[in-house]
Design a protein around this ligand. Structure first.
Ligand code: AMP
Ligand code: MN
Ligand code: MN
Ligand code: MN
Length: 293
């Protein structure tokens, strides 16, 4: 039976407006080729490529959902004395021209270049000769210079064998090239998404190394702020995480989302449209796209 939660909606993907490698047109062509029933573009902290992806999707008759993935520094219980944790909140079905959203995203983007300079300084201290220019060159949208561009530069220079090793050795928290950064607050990110008429989704909740108390706190605060959905089936979860997050999704009364978190052929294990359907994981999940009209 073909029910809503068997549909091949892929609602988390990147392009070269952030840390993906494909253009908007190439991403849309790939999603179309892979048989997606709908595609969302969710670049980090920018909607720069949304309009061109929308045109490309309409040209080939693919349903398109405008989105964004906002970087958030989350402090549990709003406790400013405790350390923040970086989490990602996806906004789906947003109006990409909403001024409050655009101003908010611009404020989150500021500071990435200075952060990049600091990252290369830390890498120099760790024995990697200055790599800023190489990373900067790889960022097609300079505002969105990201750790991913540093990872690609480290691979290109032969310092590490692949992206994953670059994060493991240098760029993830606790490693020599990592620098803490202040992103948006959770309440602000939620306000921007909702002001733009969007649905807020917690991206890849399995990635934050939160225990069950931490997850419960995050989900409760997110829900109290108007959050409606979490990603269950994502390229950023391992398959053994799908079922536990399906259970939590239902427990909290959230809608479930699904998306590859595709960044490019060399970087991401799964292309748009290739993940199991929500129904394959749990036939009782309510798909987030049932909220889109
Ligand atoms: P940034 O926003 O500059 O801190 O970069 C975050 C991005 O780095 C994420 O959106 C992922 O694309 C990428 N990333 C983070 N951790 C890893 C990892 N362990 N392996 C591969 N990519 C990662
Ligand atoms: Mn990314
Ligand atoms: Mn993310
Ligand atoms: Mn992503």
């Amino acid at each position: 039976m073909r029910t809503a939660n068997t549909l091949n909606f892929d609602l988390h993907n990147h392009t070269n407006a952030s840390d993906g490698t494909l253009s908007a047109q190439a991403l849309v062509a790939l999603a179309y080729k892979n048989g997606c029933d709908a595609l969302a573009l969710t670049d980090h902290d920018t909607v720069m490529n949304v309009a061109s992806a929308q045109v490309a999707a309409s040209d080939c008759g693919l349903k398109f959902i405008a989105g964004v993935e906002i970087s958030v520094s989350w402090v549990a219980h709003g406790d400013i004395d405790s350390a923040s944790k970086t989490i990602h909140v996806v906004g789906l079905n947003i109006d990409p021209t909403n001024k409050m959203l655009l101003d908010g995203l611009a404020s989150v983007r500021g500071g990435r270049i200075a952060r990049g300079r600091e990252m290369s300084r830390l890498l120099v201290e760790a024995g990697v000769p200055d790599i800023f220019e190489e990373a900067f060159l790889l960022a097609e949208n300079k505002d969105m210079l990201s750790r991913t561009h540093f990872a690609r530069a480290l691979v290109a220079r032969g310092v590490v064998k692949d992206i994953s090793a670059a994060f493991k050795r240098y760029l993830s928290e606790g490693n020599p090239g990592y620098i803490a950064h202040q992103w948006s607050s959770l309440p602000d990110a939620m306000r921007w998404i909702m002001a733009a008429g969007g649905v807020a989704v917690i991206a890849h909740p399995g990635r934050y190394r939160l225990d069950s108390v931490g997850l419960k706190t995050l989900f409760s605060e997110f829900k109290a702020l108007g959050g409606q959905s979490i990603e269950v089936v994502t390229g950023s979860h391992s398959p053994d995480e799908y079922a536990p997050f399906a259970s939590r999704c239902k427990e909290f009364g959230f809608y479930a989302s699904r998306g590859a978190d595709f960044h490019g052929y060399a970087d991401t294990p799964v292309e748009p449209g290739q993940l199991p359907s929500l129904a394959d994981v749990d036939s009782d999940l309510k798909p987030v796209w049932s909220l889109f009209h």
